[in-house]
Each structure stands twice: as C-alpha cells, then as structure tokens.
Design a protein around this ligand. Structure first.
Ligand SMILES: Nc1ncnc2c1ncn2[C@@H]1O[C@H](COP(=O)(O)OP(=O)(O)O)[C@@H](O)[C@H]1O
Ligand SMILES: [Mg+2]
Length: 345
C-alpha cells in the first residue's frame, strides 16, 4: 500500500487506493482552545470530536474546531499560515501532529511509503520552507512511515496531466499560497510559489469593504461566481477585483520566471488550475482571459480546471507513492511515452 497526503494551510487531505477507488480523508487544519472543565472533558471524550487536553485548556482540533469556536465565542487558530508551519503559533506542532495522525492513520506495514506535499519557496516573501518540510518529515517518520516530500505543483502535474505525458503548467490555488509548476515529460522545468491565495483575497476584500474576514470567506464559498455581473461596492464585487488581481499577479510571475529559466520558445502546453480557490464558477475562463491579455512566452493549448480541485494535490502525492512502489517513477513512464513515438519513425 502507498499513500499520499496534501498538507495545506486550510485542509489536510490523505489519499489511498482501495481497488479502483481513491479514498480521501480530510480535516480542517485548524483548532480552538477552550477552558478546561470536567464537563467539557467528559462530553468530549464520549464524542468523536478530535481533542487534546493541555494544562487548563482543551483543544478541539480539525473539522469540529469551527463549531466549538462559535459556541464558545472563540477564534479558530491555525497551525500553518502562507503554506508553512506558522512561527506565530506556539501550539502549531502538537495540533498538526494530531490532525496528521487522524487523517493518515497508522501505516499498514512498517516504513510504508508516504509522499507529502510541500510548497516551493515563495518568490515574493522571505519565507523558507525547509523547516516546515523537515518538521513534517520527522512527524510522519515518528508515526512509522517512510515520508518523502513532493513539490505541490509537481503533484498537480502527476494527478491532472497524465494524458499529456505529464507535460504542462499546473497551478494550485490554495488558501495560504499559490504553487506553480511547469513540467516537461514529468521533469519540472520551473517550480515556484507565491505567498498569496484564498486567504489573501479574503483579507483584501474584507479590508476594502469593512466587513469581517469570516463573512467574506463565507460569501465567497457560498455560490460566488466569477461571471460578468458586477456588484459594485459589495463583497462579491470586491472578491471579483481581488480574484482578477491574484490571477494577473500569478501570470506576471509565470512570465518573469519563464524568461529567467530560458524555457524553450516553441513550447505548446496545457494549463490546469486547481485548489480550493479555483472553485468558483468561471475561474478557468477568467484565467484564460487574463492569459490572453498577457504576453506569455510560450503557447497554451487549453486552460482547464481539475475535476475535483480539493483533491488534486493528495491524488498527485498518491500517484508518486504508487508509481515508486510499482518500481518505476513517473519520469520513467514519461520517458517510455517519449520513446514510443520516435521508435516508429
Ligand atoms: N466553493 C468555494 N468557492 C471559493 N473558494 C473556496 C471554495 N471552497 C473553498 N474555497 C477556498 O479555498 C481555499 C482552501 O483551498 P485548499 O486548496 O484546501 O487550500 P490549502 O491547500 O491552502 O489548504 C480557502 O481559501 C477557501 O476559502
Ligand atoms: Mg492544498
């Protein structure tokens, strides 16, 4: 058995194969601290709610955190921000450990292979991903796995671009970050991240309209679409503006990085967009539209959105684990695919 896990700022999702089906297990990467009482402890231990006690506090972790936060009038907190373990959150590590244990469970055999997603270093902030990556590696190792990091953008290529020989541009729009990978026959040609994603959109739109971030997030996740109707002055109008701005910013950085990497001129590749932030109706069309307006130094055959944007990264990490287990890497498969047509020549 092999597994993959997507460690995101907002969601932690594991993937494993069960016959023909891929099974996903998901938890919110968040927690809330409530005051300890015998009552609370008693109630929680009889429920399925994920929690731990520490000193005079009980921490409710994962999906249930939000409900408890509302009931106890507390704010939820997050172990990660901008794609990596948060340095402002002293409880980050024990909380994320509990979530990882719940989502991925025990290994089926000792040292089972587990690929976990990690972001590329962001080009627009001095955040460094090394500490984050090494910490996750040791947490998962302590759980009995043989963990291996996989770049988040590369995971998207593995899960979404098999039909184009793992060649194309994959962009994962998460909460804390956006991860970009350009791959050519499963070889990453360019990977980078930017420290903006859904959280950034929410914060900007909240500031612009004088609304709370939670209200903006709720509006965004509830049936908001990127069509051409405008809601000038309203939350949806502000969301559209910052969605537009995020996409332009991503494209601007793709162009700058491609120019720097000296990518082949006559490249013609598909683009796949994914991640929770790509959920609104019209997202792929808007991305296409913004690309058409930009001078991209390679040609783009199509822009499409992943069928299940929340699961792309976990699925890609699983593909990496399974391919390795089958004693070939996706690179080897792609090599075979390149060689096949030339053999007919
Ligand atoms: N239906 C939706 N419409 C718009 N945004 C959404 C929707 N569902 C989730 N999101 C946003 O997607 C982001 C979470 O996506 P995810 O890919 O899980 O992020 P991460 O990988 O950073 O954990 C959040 O910003 C969330 O608000
Ligand atoms: Mg993610």
């Amino acid at each position: 058995m092999a597994r993959g896990i997507d460690v995101g700022t907002m969601n932690i999702i594991s993937a494993e194969q069960d016959g023909n089906e891929t099974v996903f297990v998901q938890q919110r990467n968040s927690f809330v601290e409530i005051e300890y009482s015998d009552m609370a402890e008693e109630m929680l231990s009889r429920s399925e709610v994920l929690h731990i006690r520490k000193d005079d506090s009980v921490y409710v972790v994962g999906d249930d955190a939000l409900n408890f936060a509302n009931i106890f009038k507390q704010e939820t907190r997050r172990p990660m921000s901008h794609g990596i373990l948060s340095s402002d959150e002293s409880s980050a590590i024990p909380m994320i450990k509990l979530i990882l244990e719940q989502v991925v469970g025990d290994p089926e055999r000792p040292r089972e292979r587990l690929f976990f997603s990690t972001p590329a270093d962001p080009i627009d902030s001095d955040l460094n991903t090394l500490y984050h990556q090494k910490t996750l590696e040791s947490l998962l190792g302590d759980m009995g796995y043989d963990p291996e990091p996989i770049n988040e953008g590369m995971a998207v290529i593995y899960s979404e671009l098999a039909d184009s020989n793992f060649t194309g541009l994959g962009v994962s729009f998460g909460a804390g970050m956006t991860n970009v990978c350009l791959a050519y026959y499963a070889v990453p040609v360019m990977t980078f991240s930017i420290a903006r994603g859904g959280d950034w959109i929410d914060e900007q739109a909240a500031r612009a309209t004088g609304t709370s971030v939670d209200k903006v997030t709720a509006t965004k996740e509830d049936d908001f679409g990127l069509d051409f109707t405008t809601d000038v002055g309203g939350i949806e109008g502000a969301l559209s503006i910052y969605y537009d701005n995020l996409l332009d910013y991503v494209i601007e950085n793709v162009i700058a990085e491609v120019n720097e990497e000296d990518v082949e001129e006559d490249l013609d590749v598909p683009v796949v967009v994914t991640g929770g932030t790509s959920s609104p109706e019209g997202f792929a069309d808007l991305f296409q539209d913004r690309l058409d307006d930009a001078t991209v130094p390679f040609s783009i055959s199509e822009v499409r959105r992943a069928e299940e944007p929340m699961y792309s990264v976990a699925r890609g990490a699983l593909v990496a684990s399974r391919t390795e287990e089958a004693e070939g890497t996706p690179e080897a498969e792609a090599d075979a695919a390149v060689e096949a047509p030339s053999a007919e020549d």
